[in-house]
Design a binder for this molecule. Structure first.
Ligand code: SAM
Length: 297
């Protein structure tokens, strides 16, 4: 049977198994840092800790993260960036990460190194065709496990590419609710523009996207959350509605072909800032205040 005919979950498993076999010698080296199996953490290329540190650098350089910040990791997976943050954050800082996939979270909790900052890891009981089917709760109504205005820097790497339109709109609104005025978010996505739309030229783009509803495009119509792109103008409308503004420019990734150019990421990267005077801006509650009030998400 040709690989393309196999159902997606089987194809995914086989691909992960192949990657895990290739990585086995490195995992068995004495002193090797723990790395999750691909079946738990399937995020494509790059070494787990190296990519985690690179994302941390981007958070510092592009989103202004400092060691004393409260940082929110949206869809933290197996904690690729949390490992780097464990070394980086001070006792004044704080980490909150949440995800829908319990297996990845369990691995993360088991392997995270000791950190000076408090780390809070939350399982979001939310449905996702690709990552969690054993619940009916939808991401479009999920409330992030943090208080209004309590987060300095939020980030979501390779998460909006797995959210349906209503989910993505809600997650942007939740970022807006969670950030303090002036706080920043670092978000990756596939942004569809007129130039990128249409059947991909052979070999140009890594995937052919199909129209999905009014505002989205998906790689697989049977599993839309496997890979989803949003019309850029609609995405930017959601950003504005959430009380956020773009810190220009959008750094377009090479997913649509023609790359990579030096330093170019695969997905599109956006840095967003919570506007200072958003209408109805939520009052700021510090993490310590949340702890005093016994807030536990
Ligand atoms: C490609 S992985 C990226 C993981 C992590 N952000 C990283 O860069 O290493 C996508 C992650 O999004 C999570 N996810 C999917 N839907 C979600 C949702 N509605 N809320 C939170 N996390 C979600 C998946 O469980 C998975 O861990």
């Amino acid at each position: 049977m040709a690989a393309g005919v196999l159902p997606r979950p089987v194809r995914r498993r086989l691909l992960c198994l192949g990657r895990d076999l290739v990585s086995l010698p490195g995992r068995l080296k004495p002193g090797a840092r723990p790395v999750p199996w691909s079946s738990l953490h399937d995020v494509g290329g790059g070494e787990f800790h190296t990519v985690g540190r690179a994302i941390l650098n981007s958070l510092v350089n592009e989103a202004g993260l400092t060691p004393d910040d409260h940082v929110l990791d949206i869809g933290c997976g197996t904690g690729r960036v949390a490992f780097a943050l464990a070394d980086y954050l001070t006792t004044k800082g704080c980490y909150t990460g949440f995800d829908v996939a319990p297996g990845g979270l369990a691995w993360m909790i088991r392997h995270l190194p000791p950190a000076a900052a408090p780390f809070r890891i939350v399982r979001a009981d939310v449905f996702n065709t690709e990552y969690r089917q054993k619940t009916k709760t939808r991401a479009e109504s999920y409330r992030f496990p943090v208080s209004d205005g309590s987060v300095d820097v939020a980030f979501a790497t390779s998460v909006f590419t797995h959210l349906l339109p209503a989910d993505a709109e809600n997650y942007l609104a939740e970022i807006g609710r969670s950030l303090r005025p002036g706080g920043r978010a670092y978000v990756t996505a596939f942004l569809m523009t007129p130039e990128r739309r249409g059947p991909a030229e052979s070999g140009a783009a890594f995937v052919t996207f199909h129209p999905f509803g009014e505002v989205a495009h998906v790689g697989d119509l049977n599993v839309p959350e496997a890979m989803i792109a949003f019309d850029e103008t609609v995405f930017m409308d959601w950003v504005a509605k959430a009380g956020l503004e773009l810190v220009p420019p959008v750094k377009y990734g090479h997913w649509s072909g023609g790359g990579p150019k030096p330093g170019q990421e695969f997905q599109d990267v956006l840095v967003l800032r919570k506007t200072l005077h958003a209408a109805g801006a939520a009052p700021v509650m510090s993490v310590r205040e949340q702890d005093r009030l016994g807030f536990d998400g």
